[in-house]
Structures are given as C-alpha cells and as structure tokens.
Design a protein around this ligand. Structure first.
Ligand code: NDP
Length: 449
C-alpha cells in the first residue's frame, strides 16, 4: 500500500485530492488483499488507480461583450469494467485534473454499489458560471461539447450534471451533441422530462441520501422524526436532502453557499424551501437573501481565515454536508461531536477530511461515506438510461420505489461487507470493500486490458 501511495505521489505530484481519495480506499481494502493474493499478482491496485483514458481540451468561447475566454475541459474515463463510463460534469473555477481524478475514482466504487451496469468517469471545466448570462452559458456548453462529443456515446460514456451543471446546461450540451452527431440518444442523463429525462432524477441524490440515513437509523430502531439536522450547500443535493428530511418529520436549521450560511432556529419548512429553490434555481441569487426574507434567520459570511466553519458548530442530531469536498475538517468534526451530532451522511463527494472521518469512527458516530449515501443520483441516472433504451417512461412512484430499493440494498451491502471483513458497523470500510470486490472481479474476468 505504502509503495502504491509513493508511486502515485511521485507520478502525479500535486494531485492532493486524488491522493486523498486513493489513500482512503487503499486503507480499507487491506483485508481483501490479504485474503486474495491473486489480486496482488494481477497488479489490480496499480491498474485500478490508473484512468483508462484522460481527455483534456481547450474550450474557447466569447462573452456578451465580445471578449474571448479560454477554459480547460476534462473527461476522465476511469474504469469501464462494469459498463459505460458514467459520472457528472462539474463547471467550477476550482476544477483541476486532481479534482476530476478523485471524483472519477470515487465514482467507480459508487456506481458498483448501485447494482446497475455502470463504469465510472467524471469531467468538467474550470469555468465559473456565476454571473454569466444564459447566452454565455449556452456558448460555453456548445464549445465544450464541440470537443467532448467525439469521446462519448450512449454505450461508451454517459455524462450527467454536478456542481454548476444542472438542467439548463444539460439541455445546451445535449442540443449540441444532437446537432454534431445527428442522433437523438441517451448520451446524457439529467435531461428535462419532456425530451428524455426521468422522473425523480432531480430529487434522486438528495432523496437517496436521506433514504440511506433512514436505513441507518432503522437499524437502531430510530427514525428521523423530531431530529434536528445541519445541511450545507443550497444546490440540487441540498435542496432535495432538505425536502426528504421534512417528509420524514425531521427539522433542518442550516443551508449555505460559497459566500456564507444561514441558521434558522425556527426550522426551514416547505414554504421556506420553495423560496430557496426559486432563489437558487431561477433567480440564481445568494443564500444571504434568505435572511432578508426570513428575519428570524441569522446569516454568517464565510471567513476563510478561520480554522473551522461555524455552520458545523450548532446543536443538532445529524449533519448532512451537501456542498463540496473537504468542507468538514477535524475541528468541525470535534464541534459536531461536542454539539451532540450522532450521524453524518455525505450528500457531497468527500466532504469530510481524513481527520474528520477518523474522529467520527473513533467516537462511534454513524458515518455514511458519499460513495454509498449519495449514490442515488447516479442510480436514477442508470434508470434514465434504461428508460431511454426502452423508449419508455416509468411513473414517479416506480422510479422512487426503485430508488428506495437501491438505497436499502446499498445499505445492506455495506453492513454485510464490513461484517464479513472484521469491521462490523463501519460503513466506510463496507462501501469500499463491496465496491472494490465487484470492480476487481470484473476486471480479472476481462483479462489484462
Ligand atoms: P450545485 O451546483 O447544485 O450546488 C452546489 C452547492 O455547493 C452550492 O450551494 C454552492 O454554492 C456550494 N459550493 C460549491 N462549491 C463550494 C465551495 N468551494 N465552497 C463552499 N460552497 C460551495 O451542485 P450539487 O448540489 O449537484 O452538488 C453538491 C455536491 O454533491 C458536490 O460534491 C457533488 O459532487 C455531489 N454530488 C452531486 C450529485 C448530483 O446528482 N448532482 C450526485 C452525487 C454527488 P455557490 O452557489 O456559492 O457556488
């Protein structure tokens, strides 16, 4: 393991997030390697950490003032042992090859857990959509797809949304793909309902996250009813995480964006959530405006000079980070524990640092890793692909019930894999081991490719 980590650090220096994601998986799959010497012989670790293909490209585009900009686009096609590459596109100024590779690596194991035939990939660009007009967003998406289209396809690689890529961007990307290929196919998921999308896809990651939480609590004869939750972010995952917590009788008191967070002691109810959806999805405003609309809420501006995020320093039962990577550090984790939080479930990808995770595990906090807890999004993307292939649409209840079934199955799989490898109750070890076994066995079946 140490040798492999040294190797990737030497080969891919500076890819901090990728190193973090790989180290987390390698640490937990040791018992599997001890039991299966044939994996070592087949150099399975060396193969699984190396992307099958990395595509990097120039994305030139013109703003509304006629100024030319050049961004960098990526698609990391990480592993196709289980099916076509599948994973979202992220448009955010922080996007680098390291972020793409960490997300693609996580995606491989997450997709394996869904039980659907999906490989893993991720892509995006270091483009900042904030403050851009619809026309600028369209021109950017068209330029991005003008290169990406030659690498993807409904049986090859099927991207979806992620940070900064929602229904609007998927529409522009799909339109350009269709024009270039002269094909109407399910090459992207997260499409609008009236042209190939699936019911429940927008809700899927957030709802799935809360179904996973409900399953963890049910294991201890508990439920979300009456529990107070801290949620971060205010985008797609956060919105539908809050919605499902409310359906199940829980209470949510926080939401955030990159500028700051709100704390609403009275709780964010359905009407307030509707305001947030309108604010974020239509007006594209800031969470600060929540406090102006609901004066009982307190707004705190983000302060990069602090060594912790005060959002995580409130009394609560559960924490569901739904914004971005490494948003809960060791200090935040200690604050959560001191404030009575007993459950942490990752709606975002890798939102907890290794120090935070260690603290949760050492303090017997119920901790759900993102690759299990937020797998509902890609699961319903897989269901969208199935519906596209059949040229049929399933009703809302059917997709929702399949999503619930998948989340329960992931929950069970994690517990069983953890118990079978001497780590009972450890969802992190369970998710990594179960996902790893499925992928590496398929890789071995398919020979040295
Ligand atoms: P959105 O773009 O819809 O929302 C992202 C939210 O997180 C916004 O509130 C945004 O604030 C905030 N945010 C983003 N970057 C930062 C940052 N660096 N610091 C603080 N806040 C930040 O994205 P999603 O809701 O789709 O994604 C959220 C997380 O969930 C990501 O980690 C994503 O990878 C993960 N995820 C998403 C899935 C999906 O189906 N969409 C599936 C599985 C995981 P602001 O507007 O100010 O940038």
């Amino acid at each position: 393991m140490t040798k492999i980590m040294e190797q990737i650090m030497a080969r891919d220096p500076g890819e901090r997030e990728f190193h973090q994601a790989v180290a987390e998986v390698l640490e937990t799959v040791q018992p599997v390697l001890d039991r299966n010497p044939e994996y070592r012989q087949a150099a399975i670790l060396e193969r699984i950490i190396e992307p099958e293909r990395v595509i990097q490209f120039r994305v030139p585009w013109m703003d509304d003032q006629g100024q030319v900009h050049v961004n960098r686009g990526f698609r990391v096609e990480m592993n196709s042992a289980l099916g076509p590459y599948k994973g979202g596109l992220r448009f955010h100024p922080s996007v680098t090859l390291s972020i793409m590779k960490f997300l693609a690596f996580e995606q491989v194991f997450k997709n394996a857990l869904t039980t659907l035939p999906l490989g893993g990939g991720k892509g995006g660009a270091d483009f900042n959509p904030k403050g851009r007009s619809d026309n600028e967003i369209m021109r950017f998406c068209q330029s991005f797809m003008a290169e990406l289209f030659r690498h993807i396809g409904p049986n090859t690689d099927v991207p979806a949304g992620d940070i900064g890529v929602g229904a609007r961007e998927i529409g522009f990307l799909f339109g350009m793909y269709k024009r270039l290929r002269n094909e109407f196919t399910g090459v992207l998921t997260g499409k609008s309902l009236n042209w190939g999308g699936s019911l429940i896809r927008p809700e899927a990651t957030g709802y799935g996250n809360v179904y996973f939480v409900a399953a963890m609590l049910a294991e201890r004869q508990e439920s979300l009813a009456g529990k107070t939750c801290l949620v971060s972010g205010s985008g797609n995952v956060a919105q539908f995480t809050v919605e499902k917590i409310l359906h199940l009788g829980g209470r949510v008191v926080t939401l955030s964006d990159s500028s700051g967070f709100i704390y609403d002691e009275e709780g964010i109810d359905a009407a307030k959530l509707a305001f947030v959806k309108e604010l974020k999805n239509i007006q594209r405003g800031r969470i600060l405006e929540y406090a102006a609309r609901y004066p009982a809420a307190v707004y705190t501006e983000a302060d990069g000079s602090l060594d912790h995020n005060p959002l995580w320093d409130h009394k609560a039962d559960c924490a569901l980070p739904c914004a971005t990577e490494n948003e809960i550090n060791g200090r935040d984790a200690q604050n959560l524990i001191n404030n009575g939080v007993r459950l942490v479930s990752e709606g975002a990808n890798m939102p907890c640092t290794p120090e935070a995770i260690d603290l949760f595990l050492d303090n017997n906090i119920l901790y759900a890793p993102g690759k299990a807890a937020n797998a509902g999004g890609v699961a319903v993307s897989g269901l969208e692909m199935a519906q596209n292939s059949m040229r049929l649409n399933w009703p809302r209840e059917e997709v929702d019930s399949r999503l619930q079934g998948i989340m329960k199955s992931i929950h069970r799989t994690c517990l069983e894999a953890a118990a079978a490898h001497g780590r009972p109750g450890n969802y992190l070890a369970g998710a990594n081991i179960a996902g790893f076994l499925k992928v590496v066995n398929a890789m071995l079946d398919q020979g040295l490719v």
